[in-house]
Design a binder for this molecule. Structure first.
Ligand code: BGC
Length: 743
C-alpha cells in the first residue's frame, strides 16, 4: 500500500469512526470540529467583492427557474443565495457554477417559503396551531422539509412565529395565533421538524424564525405598519416564540419590515444585536426581509441607499434579500470607515457557518432520482389528512346534529368555498398544486353511502354582490335531509398584504346562509378562513359550525371525516373570536384594568354597543362527546420563589364516543410589583379518552412559568398569591390558590 493510500484509508476510517461515535443530538461544533478553521481559511482568501457576494440573496422566478443574470453573478462570486429557485434541475445547474466554476468553490444556499408544506400542503399554520398537538406539527414540518430538500431547497423561511392579536392583519394566518406559550410550543415543534438534530441530513432544511420582531403588532392591523411595543410586552409577548426557536436550534432569523419604537426592525441594534446576539448568543445568520434594507429609506431612517446599507449591516442584518445595497456601497462604506471589515467578516462567517452546517461543501447537489420519489407520497397525504382533521374546531353543535349519518337520502352542499381547490390550500402554498386539492364536495362524495344523493350549488361568490345563485341553492336545500354550507374567505384574503377592516363574512355569504336557514332544514356551516371572523348571526342561528381554516391538500377528506363521525373533532381555537372588529385587539391574556367590565356599572371598561366578551374564547372547541375536568390539585399549596410544583387534574370522558380533550392550565399572579394579565396559559395536553375513561393529567410549574419582567426588566418570581386554573378553554375554568413564599 503506498503512503497516499494509507493516509486516505486512515482518513476514511476516522470519518466513519467519528460518524458512528457521535450521537445525533450532539452540537454542530462537535460534529464538524474544524468548521471555524475552514471558515477562517476561506475568509483569508476572499476578496471584498466575494465577501459582499456572500451577503447577497436574489429572487428567482415564481416557477422555480433562476434569472438570466444569476449564472454570471454566481460565477463572479457576487451571489451567495437565491430564493424561489427550486427543483433539482434548476438548483443543481446554478450550484454547479458555484462549486465548479468559481475561485473558492463556495456553494449556494437555496431558500424558499415552505410555510405549511412543499408539495403536500398541510393546514395553514394557524390551523395547525389549532391542533394543540406539537407532535403532528413537528411531523408536518418534517414532511415539508423532506419534500423541499429533495427538490433542492436548503432553507425554509419558516416558522413564522409572530404573535398576532389583531385579526385584521392577514398574516395572522401564517402564525400560531395570539398566545406566547402556545406560540413557543409550536415554534419549537416546527424548528425540530424542519431541522431535526442535524440539518445536513438529506431530508432536512435549515429553518428561519421570522419576522424579527413585533411585525404582528402593526397599527390598525395594516400590513407593514409601524409598531410601538414596550420592552415588557416585547419580552413577555413577542419574543418568547423566537427564544423557543433559538432553544430548538434554529439556524437563521429574518429581520422584519416594521418600525419598532422608532428603529425599523431591519436596523434595530437592540433586537438584532443586544437581544439576539448578546443575550441569546445566537450564532446563525440573519437575512433581511424582501428589500427591507432598502425600505429603511422609506422609513426615514436612512437618507439614501448607502446609509441604508450601513444601518442594516451595522445593526446585525447579515444577508440582504433582493435589494443590493451592501454590494453596491460596501466598498465605499468600508473606505469611509462607516463599516468595518470585522463586521463584514462576521456577517460572511455566519452565512458560511450555515452552509457548512447544511453539509453543502460536502454534498452540494441534490439527487434527481430522490426528488420524484420523495414528494407527494401516499404517506405524506395520509399525514396531511390526519393533521387537517386534528386542526378542525367544532364551534357549535346544537342537538347533536353532527356527526351526520352517511346514509342520509339527500345532502345539499352549498357555498362558494364548497368546491374551490385553489382556496382550500390557503396562502403560501409552496409548490402545492390546487389541482391536487380535495374539496369539501369531493370529500363528501367519497364519504357517503352509494345511495345518498349529493347536490351542489355555489349560491354566490365569496366576495361580490350577486345573489343570482340563491334560488338554486335554496331549491336544492329544500330537497335535502341536511345542508352543508361552506362559507368564509378566499385564500387570498389572508396572508401577506391581505388586511381586512371587517371581520364579517364577505360579499353576500351571510345572506346565503340566512336564505338556507330559512328553509328549516338542518344546516351545518363549514367555515374556511385565515383569521377569526365575527359570525354572530351564524353562531346564534345555525345549529352546527365547524371551523376548518384552510386545511390543505387533503382538506375535503379530512372535513368529511369529521362531518360524518369517522374522526371526532378535538381542535381548539389558538386565537380569540371577536363579536365585532371594533373589539380588536381582543385577546384572553389582557390586564384587568382598574375598572374591570361590570354589566351593572356604566363606568367600567366595556362598550356601549357590543358585549366586552368574545364570541368564542381562546382555547375553545367542542367534541362529539363530553368531558368533565375535576379534582384540580397542587402537589404543594405553598412553594418558594425558586420552587416548583405539579398541578394535576382529572379529565373524564362522560359521553358516548371516544374523543380528544385539550386540558389547559392557566395562572394569574394576583398582585405583583407590576400588573399581570388576568390569565396566562402555562401548559396544555391533548388527550384521547374512550367513553367512561378518566385520566390524571399533570403539569409541572416552575419559576420560569411564574415569573415576569419587573420594572427594571429583571425576570423575577415574586412572593404572593397565584390563582391556578385548569379547563377546556380559557373561559370555563376551575381554580385553586397557590402561595409563593419568599426565599
Ligand atoms: C415576506 C416573507 C417572505 C419573503 C420571501 C416577504 O414579502 O414578508 O415572509 O419570506 O417575502 O418570499
Amino acid at each position: 500500500m503506498n503512503r497516499n493510500r494509507t493516509i486516505r484509508l486512515v482518513l476514511i476510517l476516522s470519518v466513519v469512526f467519528i460518524s458512528l461515535t457521535v450521537p445525533a443530538s450532539d452540537s454542530f461544533s462537535q460534529r464538524q470540529p474544524n468548521v471555524d478553521a475552514r471558515i477562517n481559511a476561506l475568509l483569508a482568501r476572499m476578496t471584498l467583492a466575494e465577501k459582499l457576494g456572500q451577503l447577497q440573496q436574489l429572487d428567482g422566478h415564481a416557477d422555480g427557474r433562476f434569472k438570466d443574470d444569476h449564472p454570471e453573478m454566481v460565477r463572479k462570486g457576487q451571489l451567495g443565495s437565491t430564493l424561489n429557485v427550486r427543483g433539482v434541475r434548476n438548483t443543481n445547474e446554478l450550484q454547479r457554477i458555484a462549486v465548479e466554476q468559481t475561485r473558492l468553490k463556495i456553494p449556494m444556499i437555496f431558500g424558499f417559503d415552505v410555510i405549511h408544506g412543499y408539495r403536500t400542503i398541510f393546514p395553514i399554520p394557524l390551523g395547525e396551531a389549532a391542533t394543540w398537538d406539537p407532535a403532528v406539527v413537528e411531523r408536518s414540518a418534517a414532511i415539508a422539509a423532506k419534500e423541499a430538500r429533495a427538490a433542492g431547497v436548503h432553507w425554509t423561511f419558516a416558522p413564522m412565529v409572530d404573535i398576532a392579536r389583531d385579526a385584521r392583519w392577514g398574516r395572522i394566518a401564517e402564525g400560531s395565533g395570539e398566545d406566547p406559550f402556545l406560540g413557543s410550543v409550536m415554534a419549537r415543534a416546527r424548528v425540530l421538524g424542519f431541522q431535526g438534530s442535524d440539518y445536513s441530513a438529506p431530508d432536512k432544511v435549515v429553518a428561519c424564525a421570522k419576522h424579527w420582531v413585533g411585525y404582528g403588532a402593526a397599527e390598525g392591523g395594516r400590513d407593514y405598519n409601524t409598531t410601538d411595543i414596550s420592552e415588557r410586552t416585547l419580552r413577555e409577548v413577542y419574543l418568547p416564540p423566537f427564544k423557543a426557536a433559538v432553544d430548538a436550534g434554529v439556524g437563521t432569523f429574518m429581520s422584519a419590515f416594521n418600525d419598532l419604537n422608532g428603529l425599523p426592525t431591519s436596523a434595530n441594534p437592540f433586537t438584532l444585536t443586544e437581544v439576539l446576539r448578546k443575550e441569546w448568543r445566537f450564532d446563525g445568520l440573519v437575512v433581511s426581509d424582501y428589500e427591507s434594507v432598502r425600505e429603511l429609506i422609506n422609513h426615514g431612517l436612512a437618507a439614501n441607499e448607502k446609509d441604508a446599507a450601513a444601518a442594516g449591516l451595522n445593526s446585525g442584518v447579515d444577508m440582504e434579500m433582493v435589494s443590493r445595497l451592501y454590494n453596491k456601497h460596501g466598498a465605499e462604506l468600508l473606505r469611509e470607515r462607516r463599516l468595518s471589515l470585522a463586521s463584514i467578516d462576521e456577517a460572511v462567517r455566519r452565512g458560511l457557518r450555515i452552509k457548512f452546517r447544511l453539509g453543502l461543501f460536502e454534498t452540494p447537489y441534490a439527487d434527481e432520482a430522490l426528488e420524484s420519489r420523495s414528494i407527494y407520497t401516499p404517506a405524506h397525504l395520509a399525514a396531511a389528512r390526519e393533521t387537517a382533521a386534528r386542526s378542525l374546531v367544532l364551534l357549535k353543535n346544537e342537538g347533536g346534529l353532527l356527526p351526520l349519518n352517511k346514509s342520509l337520502k339527500a345532502i345539499a352542499v352549498i357555498g362558494p368555498l364548497a368546491d374551490s381547490q385553489k382556496d382550500v390550500i390557503g396562502s403560501w402554498t409552496g409548490d402545492g398544486k390546487p389541482e391536487d386539492a380535495i374539496t369539501l364536495l369531493a370529500g363528501i362524495k367519497t364519504k357517503v353511502s352509494a345511495q345518498t344523493i349529493i347536490k351542489y350549488a355555489k349560491g354566490c361568490e365569496v366576495n361580490d354582490d350577486s345573489t343570482a345563485g340563491f334560488d338554486e341553492a335554496v331549491r336544492i336545500a329544500r330537497d335535502s335531509d341536511a345542508v352543508i354550507v361552506a362559507v368564509g374567505e378566499s385564500a387570498d384574503m389572508s396572508g401577506e398584504a391581505a388586511v381586512r377592516s371587517s371581520l364579517d363574512l364577505p360579499g353576500r355569504q351571510l345572506d346565503l346562509v340566512k336564505a338556507i336557514r330559512a328553509t328549516g332544514k338542518p344546516v351545518v356551516v363549514v367555515l374556511m378562513n385565515g383569521r377569526p371572523l365575527s359570525i354572530n348571526w351564524v353562531a346564534e342561528s345555525v345549529p352546527s359550525i365547524l371551523e376548518t381554516w384552510f386545511a390543505g391538500t387533503q382538506a375535503g377528506s379530512a372535513i368529511a371525516d369529521v362531518l360524518f363521525g369517522d374522526v371526532n373533532p378535538g381542535g381548539k381555537l389558538p386565537v380569540t373570536f371577536p363579536r365585532s372588529v371594533g373589539q380588536v385587539p381582543l385577546y384572553y391574556n389582557h390586564k384587568n384594568t382598574g375598572r374591570p367590565p361590570d354589566a351593572n356599572n356604566k363606568y367600567t371598561s366595556k362598550y356601549l354597543d357590543v358585549p366586552w366578551t368574545p364570541l368564542f374564547p381562546f382555547g375553545y372547541g367542542l367534541s362529539y362527546t363530553q368531558f368533565k375536568i375535576t379534582n384540580l390539585r397542587l402537589s404543594a399549596p405553598r412553594i418558594r420563589t425558586d420552587g416548583s410544583l405539579t398541578v394535576s387534574a382529572e379529565v373524564e370522558n362522560v359521553g358516548q364516543r371516544a374523543g380528544d380533550e385539550v386540558v389547559q392550565l392557566y395562572i394569574r399572579d394576583v398582585a405583583a410589583s407590576v400588573t399581570r394579565p388576568v390569565k396566562e396559559l402555562k401548559g396544555f395536553q391533548r388527550v384521547t379518552l374512550q367513553p367512561g375513561e378518566k385520566r390524571l393529567v399533570e403539569f409541572k410549574l416552575t419559576s420560569s412559568h411564574l415569573g415576569f419582567y419587573n420594572h427594571v426588566m429583571k425576570f423575577v418570581v415574586e412572593p404572593g398569591e397565584f390563582r391556578i386554573m385548569v379547563g377546556p378553554n380559557s373561559r370555563d375554568l376551575i381554580e385553586t390558590k397557590l402561595e409563593v413564599a419568599g426565599r
